[in-house]
Design a protein around this ligand. Sequence first.
Ligand code: OKP
Ligand code: ZN
Length: 387
Amino acid sequence: HTLIHTMIILHDEATLLHETVELLGSKLRPALESPERIKAILASIHEAQTHDLRTISASAEDQNTTLELAKESHSTDYLKHLQTVFSEWLAQGLVTAHENVLPECFRIYSATSAHKPPRPPKDIYARAGYYAFDMSTGMMQNSWASIIASANLAVQATGLLSPSSSLPLSSTIKDNDLRRSVLALTRPPGHHCTGTQAGGYCYINNILLPITLLRRHHHQRQPNHTPRFAILDLDFHHGNGTQELTYYDADILYVSIHGEDEFPYYTGSASETGPPDPDHAAHGTNLNLPLPPGSSFSTYLESLSIGLDAVKQFKPDYLLVSLGFDTFHLDPLGKFDIETEDYKTMAARVRSTVPDVPALILLEGGYVIERLGVNLLSFLEGWEGTG
Ligand code: OKP
Ligand code: ZN
């Protein structure tokens, strides 16, 4: 095959800066979501030499565009918090330059409180807990730089999908680079954070940005056509944030295959199908396919086939894939029995269901550093129908 058929893979070195600790069991340890994940993937891509890897760097203008798009999904005060909390703690001596901001008291929804919904606390310590839901999502000195770079990768990847100057293509990407599929090495990931809370290593819900951007683009270009989006979440964990941010939206289908009763514990049930009112246009646009721990790949494929039927029926204009490799059998945070070769089969099934739909693939989880690269290459091989 020629290079033009291979997928563009987008990377930004700034995604490697964020490096945190998390509470695992009873101990604070280096977070499993580490820069080494991306470094390992890059090493495998370089070695394979079959992919078109582009390293970009978000300019100040790119960052502004990305931040503005993120405001469609996240509150302004939440985004401000992410940008300022570390320096505020540092200035007040609550954290040293090499430590992390971590939450101490989470948001309380109390029937007896005067504030419904709860408002951001005045206490700066407490604010970390207002804007987060777990202790895996700390902030260090360079976290924001990685967060905005990661989100910008999703934006720039979108620019490669559609031939239009109305999309904010970074100067490092040229117009003749347009592709049907683009993979962005997003880190930190995005599918767990909500409009106002970070969690599960996620700060900005990266996959919502292409949707916002493409909607604005269509609105300018084809005001009579409302674009439809299918999100397929293949990470081991339920994307509670993505579900929440798309639940009432009739033009977005969210499909997730994930471990039943696993993190984030309170969402992901098959009964969450969208707004319960059958007359609501978004009724039925959420499809959760939980699977028990230990599920084999053949069981997984049965769920995938149900999910892909729904995607096909939805007739999306765009496909967005939240790709996690924590479904791998050795993953410390996953419990499925999936092997390296299986990712090839998985990707081929997905792509052959909607072969002509422009697709963006964004990286979510996957924590077996030394197998991430081969697993990703296996997935891409299946996606591109090569080998
Ligand atoms: C993020 B992604 C289990 C603790 C789980 C957070 C897991 C975040 C997964 N004892 N901690 O979806 O891969
Ligand atoms: Zn995950």
